[in-house]
Design a binder for this molecule. Structure first.
Ligand code: B12
Ligand code: SF4
Length: 558
């Protein structure tokens, strides 16, 4: 049975400007499928190769797959839908599978809009996809489709979701197949070396209101650090990878395992051959301040911090559990340890003004991270903050949900002004850094790396791919009144999706009502007891506190 995976050709000039990036999902799925005996697996990276629909058509015809699988983060959903639409046309016998975060939560929307999608895999793909492929191979598909957990599909005009599958409990059982990628294509611009995105930990124990990741991975799990080091060693030896970022949301929360990972890399002499970066939290950096030199020795050179907001009010709204002072300190600690630090700000909520944008710039300049990034708040429709702001969301063209397009319009600014403010912050920050810091501060690796980052920015600036400026027609402050984000206004939330949200909101409201009623009743009873209205039956023994034990409640006064 031939399986063809395709990474859809979606671009939005944000994070991708730093290089050409390998899609990790395909290696993780291919590894699990191979272990289950599937050997005829192919991959087309339409994003990196910039493959047109016509080329894709021909390649699908040539490969004649039995299964076509693609992925979608929210902004890539329409391009992914198109990939499967093309498959329906040119290889109609192939089973069309969609996975990834967007369809996991928005399967009702996706199946309403793209009925040619045969089946959606919800959540982590390794085990669910294997079960699905086994059913297809053994001739149990579609008969068994309701028996496989973690799927969604249309059945007789009805959208069906089978019960959620468990997360992958034994992460060490996963052995990604990195040979599926053509490594010559994946380069990290700042260092000019091959780049990989392995995954050490899944999940995040925090619940930031704007983020969807903790909901996707659910429980926090870490792989055996030795096995991850084995994988890095293979990536370096077999594929000449010189830089990697951990795909993890929160790799450092389990300190013991992160230390073990660093020690393992050092023991194998890998830091001389491969450098790496992570995303993590400010609070972890403060907790681990004495360990930062060890992390640096292990090759960790780049940390991206979710500092998110300059104002404490916003940090609280985001449920970030950090303070502005923490952010500043964490940046200093990282710089002192000679680790490049990137501060991430989220801007563009309803209460954004030119003054608050300016504040974030002043804050960034005061904190002095090596890199700073102002991302547009993007209301992922499956996050708590979206449900809170739902009435204010006007744009449902998901292709623009990409951190670089202002989806929300602040009350006091136009979208063009917001984009202009964000560009002004980037311009000022990087101009000053380019003129006064990067070329003069530090020597050797530090200088090379920062100038490499600058090169990536300049390349994207000149090509006008940075922040999709070319597409929006932004040419500087004078054009802020004329920019056009080309939102597709015909895009709306599908009826089935809306009904589901309303039902969930109803359930949540009813649960809240019940909770309040129980609380009120408990209070009432306590008041009655305190007033002596509560009488024990004459034959009752001593009142036992919940669970018994020695610390008993006092009996109410007669
Ligand atoms: C590495 C990365 C990148 C790389 C992309 C590398 C690549 N080619 O894939 C770069 C730097 C280029 C990048 C860019 C962007 N990214 Co990015 N990125 C990540 C990051 C950190 C890791 C992704 C990863 O590899 N995860 C590990 C793999 C194993 O997980 P996975 O992809 O989810 O796959 C699993 C399941 O989803 C499922 N699955 C996935 N696909 C499929 C397909 C099938 C058929 C099946 C069965 C299952 C399945 O099975 C997999 C294994 O369990 C994530 C955050 C995160 N930790 O996930 C953000 C993240 C995915 N990025 C995000 C965004 C928004 C972007 C940008 C739009 C931002 C920007 N403008 O720059 C661009 C879009 C680029 C593009 N064209 O796609 C968001 C998406 C949010 C959302 N709700 O959609 C995330 C979640 C970050 C966040 N904090 O919100 N990104
Ligand atoms: S923003 Fe980061 S810390 Fe917050 S929930 Fe998402 S992954 Fe976790």
């Amino acid at each position: 049975m031939r399986i063809l995976f395709i990474h859809p050709n979606y671009h939005s000039g944000g994070a991708e400007i730093a290089g050409t990036w390998p899609p990790a999902w395909v290696a993780y799925l291919a590894g699990s499928l191979r272990a289950a005996g599937f050997s005829d697996i192919h991959f087309i990276d339409a994003m990196t190769e910039n493959v047109t629909q016509d080329d894709l058509r021909q390649r699908m015809i040539d490969l004649a797959p039995d299964v076509v699988g693609t992925t979608a983060i929210t902004p890539a959903i329409y391009v992914a839908d198109e990939v499967l639409k093309l498959a329906a046309e040119v290889v109609p016998g192939a089973l069309r599978v969609l996975g990834g975060i967007h369809a996991t939560f928005m399967y009702r929307q996706v199946l309403s809009e793209a009925p040619w999608v045969d089946v959606i895999v919800r959540g982590e793909g390794e085990e669910i996809m294997t079960a699905l492929m086994q059913a297809r191979r053994d001739g149990r598909w579609p008969e068994d489709k309701r028996k496989i957990k973690g799927l969604a599909f249309m059945d007789g005009g009805e959208i069906v979701a089978t019960p959620a599958a468990s997360t992958v409990k034994n992460l060490d059982g996963i052995d990604p197949d990195w040979t599926i990628l053509d490594w010559s294509k994946y380069l990290y611009t700042p260092l000019g070396v091959r780049v990989a995105i392995p995954n050490m930990a899944r999940g995040c124990p925090f619940t930031c209101s704007f983020c969807s990741q903790w909901k996707f991975w659910r429980d926090y799990r870490v792989r055996d650090p030795k096995k991850v080091a084995d994988e890095i060693e293979r990536l370096v030896n077999d594929h000449q990878v010189g830089f990697f970022i951990l795909a993890d949301e929160e790799p450092t929360i389990n300190r013991r395992q992160f230390i073990e990972f660093c020690e393992e890399l050092i023991a194998r002499g890998l830091p001389d051959r491969v450098k790496w970066g992570i995303n993590t939290r400010v609070t972890d950096i403060m907790r681990d301040k004495d360990l930062l030199p060890l992390f640096r020795r292990a090759g960790l050179v780049h940390v991206s911090l979710g500092t998110e907001a300059a104002a404490q009010l916003k940090l609280d709204q985001f449920n970030k559990e950090t303070t502005v002072a923490d952010n500043k300190l964490a940046i200093k600690l990282l710089r002192d340890a000679d680790i490049f630090v990137e501060a991430q700000f989220i801007v563009g909520l309803d209460n954004e003004t030119p003054e608050t944008l300016e504040e974030t710039f002043q804050m960034a300049w005061d904190w002095q991270p090596d890199l700073a990034n102002w991302a547009m708040y993007t209301p992922w429709p499956f996050t708590p903050l979206f449900q809170e702001l739902r009435d204010q969301v006007e744009v449902f063209d998901f292709s623009k949900y990409n951190f670089v397009t202002p989806i929300m319009k602040p009350a006091a600014m136009t979208r063009g002004e917001l984009l202009n403010g964000v560009m002004k912050n980037h311009r000022r920050f990087y101009m000053r850094k380019a003129l006064f810091h990067y070329p003069w501060r530090g020597t050797g690796f530090r200088r090379k790396y920062l100038l490499g980052c600058l090169k990536a920015f300049l390349k994207a600036g000149v090509g006008r791919t940075f922040y999709d400026l070319g597409k929006a027609g932004y040419w500087g402050p004078q054009s802020k009144g004329k920019v056009d984000f080309h939102f597709d206004e015909t895009r709306t939330i599908a009826e089935a999706q809306m009904q589901d949200w309303d039902a969930t909101a109803d359930r949540a409201a009813r649960a809240r009502e019940r909770q309040l009623a129980v609380r009120a009743q408990t209070k009432e009873r306590a008041a009655e007891r305190a007033a002596g209205a509560f009488q024990l039956p004459s034959d009752a023994g001593p009142v036992m506190a919940c669970g018994g034990g020695k610390q008993q409640m006092r009996e109410p006064a007669e």
